[in-house]
Design a binder for this molecule. Structure first.
Ligand code: ATP
Length: 231
């Protein structure tokens, strides 16, 4: 396995040559250390020490979430990744979106790869809906001016009205979902990463979300979508 690099994933996405794949993953692996609750404690009880010694437990375990994953996605292609619960599908999307850096292997992403998954991730509980729009927009690489231009459309889509000025932690779960989905769909990525098809809120809002997602799918140059198998 080659030591990795998520090769320059240019956010300012130069027009890529259509002959080049949008995504090239070669032998990707992701290994992360897993801490047990007691690992960070300075107190070690004698019984805990003896148990760890008996089972020959090392202090830090490393778990392999992805191993030897290779694939390509070309312009116009739609790739479905099917696997059982816990197979590593969402983890793979997070690697493609740049949230996790692979431990080894090679990943080339030509263009912007953004996902409609973990939609509520990164919301600031004490900040208002509007402030969260700005925060998430900046995290997505947009400028203040770009966000400001997008705000009216986002706010309208949420149908939150004046509540957009209220703190996120005062929102109902349906309101949170509306805001999160509206923010997550505000930019059109080149490569769209979908974790199952999102069902959002009530039936009417769910219909709006479906329409918006269909539009994003049509505009994207490539699509990677997850589906969980039953067993
Ligand atoms: N940050 C983490 N630390 C430790 N283990 C993790 C972490 N994230 C995921 N895992 C583990 O990695 C495995 C893969 O998780 P992942 O969420 O990618 O699976 P999935 O295929 O998307 O599952 P599902 O269909 O249930 O959503 C699981 O066993 C999960 O417990």
């Amino acid at each position: 396995m080659t030591e990795l690099a998520r090769k320059p994933v240019s956010e300012s996405a130069p027009e890529t040559h259509e002959a080049q794949p949008l995504v090239e993953a070669k032998n990707l692996a992701l290994r992360i250390p897993v801490f047990k609750a007691g690992d960070r404690s300075v107190r070690i009880s004698p019984s805990r020490l003896l148990t760890d010694l008996y089972f020959r437990r090392t202090k830090r375990a490393v778990t392999t979430l992805l191993d030897d994953v290779s694939f390509r996605v070309r312009h116009g292609e739609r790739l479905g990744i099917i696997g059982a619960n816990g197979a590593g599908k969402s983890t793979l999307l997070r690697v493609l979106a740049g949230i996790y850096t692979p431990s080894s292997g090679e990943l080339i992403v030509r263009g912007t790869a953004k996902g409609l998954f973990d939609v509520s991730l990164g919301m600031l509980q004490d900040a208002t809906g509007l402030e969260n729009i700005y925060m998430r927009g900046l995290q997505m690489g947009l400028s203040f001016r770009e966000i400001r231009d997008l705000v009216p459309g986002i706010v309208e889509f949420t149908e939150l009205g004046d509540a957009i000025e209220k703190p996120f932690n005062t929102y109902s779960s349906g309101m949170r979902l509306r805001l999160a989905v509206s923010i997550s769909t505000m930019v059109e990525p080149d490569i769209l990463l979908l974790d199952e098809w999102l069902g959002a809120g009530d039936a009417r809002f769910g219909g709006k979300v479906k329409d918006r997602m269909n539009a994003l799918v049509e505009k994207s140059r490539g699509l990677i979508m997850l589906r969980t198998t039953k067993s």
